[in-house]
Design a binder for this molecule. Structure first.
Ligand code: SF4
Ligand code: SF4
Length: 432
């Protein structure tokens, strides 16, 4: 079924070959006090306080974990302002004026290789927790929880597939910072005592393969392989990636760790490297601003907390100021749509796609089964949609809606332009 999604055009060509622009010293940064996983928080700073890079300025509270909020610049706390978070909600952000002196907090310090060689998995988990490293491919799942698994891990998979159209931030990261990825992998291999690590990339990207393969030779002691897997969406979905790289089928609802497999995004591996080597939280990231709505799509290396409006200006502004636009945070298949550009680059925002709005007139379902044919999980989206409309919770459960990974393919393939994935989200919410 996955094979049938080959038709999705990869529009990464807009930016994949462009060198990255460094924009790491904005006048202000904005740091969200809550996010999709942490609904409440405490703030430890007040206007006028001086903070450094890595200073903890607050604590987010999630259902089962806390997450420190670190300043990503040195400078002065201005106050709290409202901005849009990646999750689509307007939330409070702490605004910090950047003094551009790049002064680090005392907690940021370099560990020697000897110190690192003695670290256990639990000790690394604690460092990563304090540095608030999360899944940087967009999942935002706390990385330390993966390090706390009790399952024996044989294979580490690094996700460099970046399978959604338009996205190229991981592509540029792999091209420009392969050493950091390799050292991150070295620490992960050490922690899990794993047999080998496999970096998964799309088969068609010779440029990434050549760079990673050359850099891999610099670490002859590390068991790192590169798997060139399918070019189609959703190869980056961990279950599909594992199947392609290792030939192992992970049943629905079972964690890959039960099969001795642990996955990390390539950008997360860099986050792990920075945390372990320098005790430094994620303060910068690769980011793509693209789409037909802006003049010059571009890749950036930005400070976490940068306003997307500033980056739009750096891209030459909008193609047509007067046209209505859609702002998608993340990829076009799984990202979240906004109607305003007042959004901020957080640790987990890989990209913003700005599209000129095109009217999509929804038509009645013609029962063509395109959505069924496309679903990588083997669901019947049209039946789940109808069960949702009928408020039939039993049917939604029976049809297995909770297995939906919200990949967006049912909407993409729908002949009648019905936002089927939206119905999947609503159906899952109804039975939660
Ligand atoms: S969004 Fe859910 S139901 Fe739709 S194709 Fe993807 S997994 Fe299947
Ligand atoms: S693809 Fe759209 S039109 Fe076809 S069966 Fe699914 S919901 Fe109906």
């Amino acid at each position: 079924m996955i094979e049938k999604t080959r038709g999705i055009k990869d529009i990464r060509n807009l930016t994949k070959s462009l060198p990255t622009i460094r924009y790491v010293d904005p006048d202000y940064v904005y740091l969200a006090v809550t996010n999709a996983r942490c609904g409440t928080s405490e703030i430890y700073c007040k206007p006028g306080d001086y903070v450094k890079i890595g200073t903890i300025i607050g604590m987010r509270h999630g259902g089962y974990f806390d997450q420190p909020i670190h300043s990503t610049v040195s400078g002065t706390i201005v106050g709290t302002v409202k901005k849009f978070h990646r999750a689509g909600k307007m939330v409070d952000f702490i605004k910090i004026q950047n003094d551009k002196l790049n002064t680090f907090d005392e907690s940021v310090r370099e560990r020697t290789d000897e110190e690192i060689a003695k670290l256990t998995k639990d000790e690394m988990a604690e460092i990563i927790k304090q540095c608030a490293v999360v899944g940087m491919g967009g999942s935002s799942f706390p990385t330390y929880i993966k390090f706390q698994t009790k399952d024996p891990i044989k294979y580490i998979l690094l996700n460099g597939v970046e399978c959604e159209p338009y996205l190229s931030s991981d592509h540029r990261l792999m091209m420009e910072m392969p050493d950091r990825i390799m050292i991150g992998i070295k620490y992960i291999l050490q922690a899990f005592k794993a047999e080998k690590a496999i970096i998964c990339i799309k088969k068609k990207y010779d440029d990434i393969f050549e760079v990673l393969d050359a850099v891999r030779q610099r670490y002859p002691d590390l068991p790192i392989e590169i798997a060139r897997i399918g070019n189609f969406y959703p190869q980056g979905w961990e279950i599909a990636m594992i199947k392609s790289a290792l030939g192992i089928d992970i049943p629905s609802g079972v964690l890959p760790s039960k099969y001795g497999i642990m996955n990390f995004n390539v950008a997360t591996a860099v986050g792990i490297y920075k945390a372990i080597k320098y005790n430094l939280p994620v303060v910068k990231r690769y980011f793509t601003l693209t789409g037909d709505g802006i003049k010059f799509p571009q890749n950036f290396r930005v400070r976490v907390g940068t306003s997307v409006q500033e980056l739009i200006e750096l891209c030459g502004g909008y193609v047509d100021e007067d046209k209505d636009k859609v702002f998608i945070l993340g990829g076009p298949m799984m990202g979240v749509s906004h109607v305003r550009d007042d959004v901020i680059v957080t640790r987990t925002v890989t990209s913003v796609i700005i599209l000129n709005h095109h009217d999509n007139v929804e038509e009645p379902c013609v029962r063509c089964a395109s959505c069924v044919y496309s679903c990588p999980v083997g669901l019947q989206p049209v039946s789940i949609m109808n069960a949702y409309k009928a408020n039939d919770k039993d049917a939604i459960i029976k049809l297995g809606a909770k297995k939906c990974i919200e990949c967006g393919l049912c909407s993409y393939s729908c002949t009648s332009k019905i936002p089927v994935t939206e119905y999947m989200r609503k159906a899952k919410k109804l039975i939660k």
